[in-house]
Design a protein around this ligand. Sequence first.
Ligand code: SF4
Ligand code: SF4
Length: 367
Amino acid sequence: MISNNKIKIINLIKNIYFNKKTPISLIHFITNRCNARCSFCFIDFDNPQTFKNELTLEEIGQLTKTLGNTLMNVNFTGGEPFARKDIIDIAKLYIKNSTIKSIYITTNGSLPDRAINFCNEINAFDSSVEINLQISIDDLPERHNKVRKIKDLFESCIELYRKVKLLKLEKVSATVSITVSHENCDNIEKIFNVLTTEYKVDAIKCCIVRDEGVYKTPDEKKRKILEGYSWLTNKIKEYQKNKKIVNYNNTFQGKLHNAKDEISWEMVKEIYLNNNFISNCHAGSLFGIISANGDIFPCEILENKKYGNLRENNMNFMKIWQSELSRKIVKKDIIQKKCRCTYECGMSFNILGNLRYHPKLFLNSIF
Ligand code: SF4
Ligand code: SF4
C-alpha cells in the first residue's frame, strides 16, 4: 500500500475558514474526448482544437507535485474519463504525489470493463483512497441511448453500477447521477420510479443542467426543469430518510454529506429562476478546474477568467493558483461582484467554507 502525505488538520481548518489559499478539491478534465454526443453537452465537438494538446502523463506527474497540502479530493471528468487508457496511471500519480483521500469519476458508463479494472487496481494500490463512480443516467433506456447517441448505453450503465456493488470494496462505490434538463424534465417521476423499482438502483444524486460552453437552456423549459428538479430532490430526501436510497455511509461524515446536499438543493432552487445572491462563492480559492490542455480556471462557468496555463508555468499549479491575477479574479469577479450560479459541486465547498451554514449542517446531520 502507498501512503500519501497526510493532511495536517490544523492547516486544513485554517485554510477552509480563514486563508482560503489552497484548493481542497479539484475537477480535472483529463480528456475532452467522448464516445457520446449528448444534446446538452457543453463541449464543442465540431472544433478540432477541442481534442488537441491533452496533458501527457509525464506532465500530470509534474502537476500533481505542486497541489499544496490541503487537497482532499480530485474529480476526474471530461469528455469521458475512461476514454483515456492511462487513467489508472493518472490516479496513481495523484495518490503518490498529492494529499488526496478520494477520487470521484463522472462517467457516461459506456466502458464498464475499464471502469471496474480501475476500481480494482486503484483499490489494490491504496485501499484507503475512496473511489466513487458517478454514472450518468438521465432517461428511460430508449431515450437515454437516443439522447446520448450510444447504442445500449443505459444497459451498460446499469451493468457498471451492479458490478461496482458486487466488488464489495469498502471504499469503492457507484452512484447514478441524473442531470435534470430540457430533455427529461417532463418525465422525471417515471425515470426515478423505473430506476428505483425495476433496476433496484439505491444510490441516486442529481443536478440541474447549466448554461455552459455551447449549451444554452431553452427559456421556455426553465420552469419545467425547476419543477422536475424540485420533485426529484424531494423524492431523494424522502427515500434517504427511509433508507431506500443510501448515497453515503451511516457515519457522522456521511450524515454531514446528506445534510450538505439538502442545503445545496434549496440554494439551487432559490437561484435557478430568480438569480438570488445567497452567499459568497469560494471557487478559485477552495476548489478549481484543470482543463484537458492544462488551463486553470476558478470554475467551469467563468470560461473567460483563466488563471493561466500549466505548460507556460513549468507545470506548477500553485504558482498559478496564488498569482496576483488569480487573487484579483477572486476578489473582483467572484467576491465583489457577488457571483452566483447553480453549480452544485461549487456549492458543496461554499457550504463547507461558510460558518453560517454550520448550525444547519450539524442539526440536519443529527435529526
Ligand atoms: S457523456 Fe458527458 S462529455 Fe460525453 S457528450 Fe455526453 S455530456 Fe458530453
Ligand atoms: S458562483 Fe458559479 S460562476 Fe460564480 S465563481 Fe462560483 S461557481 Fe463560478
